[in-house]
Design a protein around this ligand. Structure first.
Ligand code: GLC
Length: 743
């Protein structure tokens, strides 16, 4: 439809029809099982609201959505199609690693391919929009939603944000198998006080803009069609009613002109925040902030018409919101093709096809991070290995946001072993349940795993210990329950369940060759695991093909290459911990432990157990001292920092060489290190490669005291190494920088 026709359509709509376009209803209202959502009247919705709604959340399936769309448009006074939206976070039916695992690949291109695959499965199933990517920067492992993020670094998160948006949307939303992306949660949701979900966020505007906003901007610059508001406050004002955040920062400074959708019931929640006295005021505040779609509260549909007619809300605010919604439908081509790619036959052919499973398996392999290996991995062929633990015969490894993915499509570790030659000599034992009797996950709709009596638990444990004693080595598959990470799953304790720690102790007491395969949606306190086991492989929640991918790596067919996108804390008391911290006026330096008055703890080190960017492989790499081609540059020039990387082990492997910069003195303090580049190099034993990073003025820009992104003259350090703890450093100077532009 042309812009002129779209404008005409807007003018032809009544105020009620326009306001109903701003309403998003759950799929249950269209599929007849609206009782699932509670009686419509209870929610304050009318038949007219349903008949004229703008979008639907949570309905799925080509046949079902085609029927809903056709019935809906027949009755709609202006034949305006519905938008179908859903949380497709790490795959629709073919589930690939959770986003924190994708971050560990340090391969945004791979995440783009995965997002494209998810878009294809979603589009043939009738969907138009996914509420992804979640690009909240995270530093606090107590917060369960770290699993949805790609980690603690603005640069890495920005690369993944852009890649995922491109994977979902391509260059043109009308292309086949493309869906609209929604960058979320704007803004700063990843910094809840004490790691408690939905809690208050206390960020200075400087910190918000310097660390948290870049990834949202990267997603928007990549063309994200939607942004979702966050549940939290910023500067004491709930994001969903925050005019400064949404109109000044998001629309004006970041240039976002797409659709702004509230999070679930977030418009109503600005009442509970204590920001609005009632639903009427909430409607005013959200409309003034420029929230275009009200997800599942009805506040707009109840109050906006009256507020406009009484002159409290200009109709222009409604018009701008509705026009953006109509524009999105037009970008998707829905006026001409309301069902877009919905196709029952293609649904059957595409979903869980072997190409998609292969991609999910590749992504899983590359997401694994080898944290420790004292010569026990890869598994030695022909040796008797016992596969023990609650994750050995368990399909539940697809993450808590895999709402359409099904465990029936997941291969277990045991099945993956039995498919391979290793299966011939393998032993298997669960050893214990995932959760012991001391842990109750309350309020989850899905049934928890079966419960065992004390006697059954004792028997499971003894059987496992016996098999561990018999075997040449043990693969111990441990970890969090899939529902212990994700939304509303904050934990003050970030260790694996106690019942599994008992299994670890008993197994390690009878076998000194134990490799732990660790499933989790967050960094955990794994001091005890790391101390007792001879190897630790972090596999996150790896998805539909996760088990086969684990065997690919354990067997040595593929060497592990993942790097941590988020620090593994020494213990929960150290949280939030992140590599790109400020120096402080009393930095703690190695060897100065006797200096009492330094920024340090009495009882634990400052350093995390495993730092950002860390990960081993099955070989060893030597990285030469960094060299620089000149020591001074102007804003118009660049310089180059190089290292030689050599595979000094006896197996092929991939190293991710990382570049960190440090601005030694500036108008606002700068992080001690900032990731500014990385390169994955795959080398055969004995092979050597030179890796060179170009350093340009724009890489030195930061948010200065003038609230502008610009660089400043001065001394810098460039670090090049295998993780953020590298001390391999060269110095250089920037003279006469260029003006960097707006902050
Ligand atoms: C949830 C989440 C958000 C999700 C939305 C729709 O509460 O915060 O990430 O997209 O509701 O399911």
């Amino acid at each position: 439809m042309t812009e002129q026709k779209l404008q005409q359509l807007l003018q032809d709509m009544t105020l009620e029809e326009k306001v109903n376009q701003m309403l998003q209803l759950a799929g249950g209202f269209f599929t007849g099982d609206m009782m699932a959502m509670g009686p419509m009247a209870e929610k304050g919705f009318t038949q007219e609201n349903v008949a004229q709604a703008g979008s639907v959340l949570g309905a799925l399936g080509a046949e079902k959505l085609k029927k809903i769309q056709q019935d809906f448009m027949e009755k709609h006074p202006h034949k305006i199609p519905l938008l179908f939206m859903l949380d497709v976070i790490n795959g629709l039916k073919t589930i690939y690693p959770i986003p924190l695992g994708q971050g560990a690949t340090f391969e945004p291109e791979l995440a783009e391919r995965c997002a494209q695959m998810a878009a294809k499965e979603s589009a043939v199933s009738g969907l138009h929009v996914t509420f992804s990517p979640m690009v909240d920067l995270v530093r606090d492992a107590r917060w369960g939603r770290v699993m949805e993020s790609t980690g603690e670094d603005p640069y890495l998160n920005s690369l993944f944000a852009g890649a995922m948006v491109k994977g979902y949307q391509g260059e043109d939303l009308q292309e086949p198998y493309r869906i609209a992306a929604c960058v979320k949660h704007f803004a700063g949701y990843g910094a809840p006080t004490a790691g408690r979900d939905y809690n208050t966020v206390e960020l200075s505007r400087h910190t918000l803009k310097e660390f948290y906003l870049p990834a949202y901007k990267a997603g928007i610059d990549a063309g994200a069609a939607l942004v979702m508001t966050s549940f939290n406050t910023i500067d004491g004002v709930p994001a969903t009613g925050n005019k400064w955040l949404m109109r000044k920062v998001l629309r004006e400074e970041m240039g976002f002109d797409g659709v702004l959708i509230s999070d679930w019931a977030a418009i109503e929640e600005i009442i509970y925040h204590g920001y609005c006295a009632d639903r009427k005021e909430a409607a005013v505040r959200a409309a003034q902030a420029g929230v275009d779609i009200d997800m599942m509260t009805g506040i707009y549909s109840e109050h906006l018409c009256k507020l406009v007619r009484e002159g409290e809300v200009p109709e222009a605010l409604v018009d701008e919101a509705v026009y953006r919604i109509l524009e999105l439908k037009n970008k998707l081509g829905l006026f001409e093709n309301p069902c877009k790619d919905a196709d029952e036959e293609k649904e059957k052919a595409v979903i869980l096809c072997k190409e998609h499973r292969a991609l999910a398996r590749e992504a899983a392999r590359k997401s694994f991070v080898l944290l420790k290996n004292e010569e026990v991995l890869p598994l030695q062929k022909g040796r008797k290995t016992a596969f023990i633990g609650p994750y050995v015969d368990n399909r539940n490894m697809i993450g808590s946001w895999s709402i359409v993915g099904e465990t029936k499509d997941v291969t277990t570790l045991k099945e993956a072993v039995l498919e391979r030659p290793e299966g011939e000599h393998a032993l298997f034992a669960a050893g214990c349940p995932v959760l012991g009797g001391d842990l109750k996950l309350e309020g989850f709709s899905e049934s928890m795993e079966e419960q065992y009596s004390d006697e059954e638990c004792a028997a499971m444990l003894e059987e496992a210990v016996k098999k561990a004693a018999e075997a040449d080595m043990v693969v111990l598959a441990l970890g969090e329950h899939r529902l212990q990470s994700g939304e509303a799953t904050s934990n003050a304790n970030i260790q694996i369940p106690q019942v599994q720690m008992e299994l670890l102790e008993r197994v390690c007491a009878v076998n000194d060759r134990v490799a732990v395969v660790l499933f989790s949606g967050r960094p955990l306190d794994i001091r005890a695991i790391s101390a007792r086991a001879q190897a630790v492989l972090q596999v996150w929640l790896p998805g539909t093909e996760g088990a086969r991918a684990i065997l690919d790596v354990l067997s040595g067919d593929y060497a592990p290459s993942g790097k941590l996108p988020m620090s593994f804390p020494y213990c929960v008391g150290q949280v939030p911990v992140h590599y790109n911290e400020y120096s402080t006026g009393r930095p703690h330096v190695e060897g100065k432990d006797k200096d009492r008055f330094r920024s340090k703890y009495l009882d634990i080190p400052n350093e995390p157990l495993y730092p950002f960017g860390y990960g081993l492989s099955y070989t060893r790499f030597a990285i030469s001292p960094a060299e620089i081609d000149k020591e001074t540059m102007t804003g118009a020039e660049s310089l180059h920092v190089s290292v030689k990387v050599k595979n000094v082990g006896d197996a092929a492997g991939t190293e991710t060489v990382q570049l960190y910069l440090h601005d030694i003195a500036a108008s606002v303090v700068r992080p001690v290190k900032e990731l500014k580049g990385f390169r994955k190099v795959t080398l055969a034993p004995g092979e050597e490669e030179t890796v060179t990073f170009e350093i340009r003025e724009e890489m030195l820009r930061f948010l200065t005291e003038n609230d502008r992104w610009e660089s400043e003259a001065g001394e810098f350090e460039a670090f090049v190494g295998a993780d953020s703890s590298t001390v391999n450093c060269v110095k250089f100077r920037l003279d006469a920088p260029k003006d960097g532009g707006l902050g």
